[in-house]
Design a protein around this ligand. Structure first.
Ligand code: LLP
Length: 435
């Protein structure tokens, strides 16, 4: 839940810096990011992949959509892993951070011709193709520039992953990929053969996000490998790559489970080796794309309490509303996916009795609820600081300017020092776009 350098024994601190010091220097709300923890998590997924698959290990592609900025792209480069980008914007940040184009993979179900052209010209290692139109577009653009583009086909293996409906991606009724069951995948395989400027390297599937058991990943690997075998039977060659996507779940609440890198890898190695030997295939190079599992636990959001209000409910019960200076603009996940978070008093300890409270933001909307029901000290008052753990994934990256609230900064902390890696937006930034 909390990153490794956070301590909450007395006042909350990270790498020796207290929540109060951070709030005084950088303001609130702010995303506070544990740099060493990010690097360690990225390295541990890489190590698990290398150890699990040995010479058949492909790349760990960090899923940039979870959170990216130029400085984090530099850390990815230092750790030596690759990156999965799904738009021209994410591609621009990856390149600005100096990530080797060969270690960049371009995703997306509707890449524009401009995005494809930028990727082909930059020399990205892989484009993951998602539709027949895209095969044609990539083929034409690569031909135009005299290049041969390596690609994977994104497939839907027909799996109902156990997660929120909006973040499950591999059942049949989704916008992503080519369905194996319907024959769309085979049609795509045949279509790709007509384009000499496209080199089909293998298949990809991403089955969903915040998944907490390994069985869906195993089934997905088995179905993709069965198709690799069918390809070999038809075309007489084995495709060399398989990308099994991301989606590994993390802790959000005390007592939550998570999927550790070694646990995931043990399951994938067994599934892949068993299926390959069943089909008499050599093991392809295996890649994965964790986003949340790398960045999620590395950040917490620091808020200041602005108001506390007790509301009497129809049944006579009292509900305490604690309002903080952020809300659905920097954490849309509770409103969008009913995601649950916890929070702690960060600037002091309290021995007051905990009161059942609702943590809400400052937006003009009833649904602007960060935590529906949480027991917080009865003496929490305006000026207190609260911290919400595990907001690194899809927090800042999905932040909006709803109600013209400037988006919070990201502050990286390492070795007892804090620095801004994404600055706070200002009202001038908001006005800058208006003509
Ligand atoms: N690879 C592909 C092709 C993906 O589409 C995604 C996430 C990932 C990898 C990384 O998944 P992760 O390891 O982070 O679970 N906004 C939602 C999550 C959407 C995920 C979209 N795709 C949320 O806040 O839960």
């Amino acid at each position: 839940m909390w990153s490794s350098n956070v301590s909450i024994s007395n006042e909350l601190s990270i790498s020796g810096l207290s929540a109060t010091e951070l709030a005084n220097e950088f303001g609130t709300p702010a995303f506070i990011m544990d740099e060493a923890d990010f690097r360690a998590r990225a390295a541990s997924w890489n190590q698990a992949l290398q150890q699990g698959f040995g010479e058949n290990a492909g790349h760990v592609y960090y899923a940039a959509k979870a959170f990216i900025c130029t400085e984090v792209a530099r850390w990815i480069k230092d750790v030596g892993i690759g990156i999965d980008v799904c738009t021209g914007g994410e591609l621009a940040v990856a390149l600005a951070g100096g990530i080797e184009p060969a270690k960049i993979e371009l995703h997306g179900n509707n890449k524009s011709a401009n995005e494809i052209e930028k990727a082909v010209l930059a020399g990205v290692g892989t484009i993951v193709l998602d539709s027949l139109y895209e095969i044609e577009r990539v083929g034409a653009i690569a031909t135009k520039h005299g290049k041969v583009q390596r690609v994977l086909l994104r497939l839907t293996p027909g799996i109902e992953a156990h997660t929120h409906e909006s973040i499950a991606t591999a059942h049949e009724d989704v916008k992503f990929g080519f369905s194996i069951a319907s024959g769309a995948a085979w049609k795509a395989i045949e279509t790709v053969q007509n384009y000499p400027a496209i080199e089909l390297r293998g298949f990809h599937a991403h089955i969903g996000s915040q998944i907490l058991d390994t069985s869906s990943f195993e089934i997905s690997a088995e179905r993709l490998i069965a198709l690799l075998a069918k390809f070999r039977d038809e075309f007489g060659v084995e495709l060399p790559e398989l990308d099994l996507g991301g989606g590994y779940g993390i802790h959000y609440l005390p007592g939550d489970e998570e999927l550790a890198p070694t646990v995931v890898m043990r399951a994938l190695v067994t599934a892949v080796t068993t299926s390959c030997s069943l089909h008499n295939l050599s093991i392809p190079r295996i890649s994965i794309e964790p986003g949340r599992a790398i960045v999620g636990p590395t950040m917490f959001t620091l808020y200041e309490v602005g108001t506390v209000k007790d509301v009497i409910l129809e049944n006579g019960d009292k509900r305490r509303y604690i309002s903080v200076d952020g809300g659905m603009s920097e954490n849309i996940r509770p409103a969008l996916y009913s995601a649950e978070y916890t929070a702690v008093l960060a600037n002091r300890t309290s021995n007051q009795r905990a009161i059942s409270s609702r943590l809400v933001g400052k937006h003009c909307e009833t649904g602007d609820i960060l935590i529906r029901d949480i027991a917080l000290a009865g003496d929490i008052a305006p000026g207190d600081l609260l911290a919400t753990p595990a907001t690194g994934a899809y927090g800042r990256s999905m932040a909006s300017n709803y109600n013209h609230v400037p988006r919070p900064p990201v502050i990286a902390v390492a070795n007892g020092k804090a620095r801004v890696i994404v600055r706070r937006e200002t009202e001038a930034d908001l006005l800058a776009l208006d003509i």
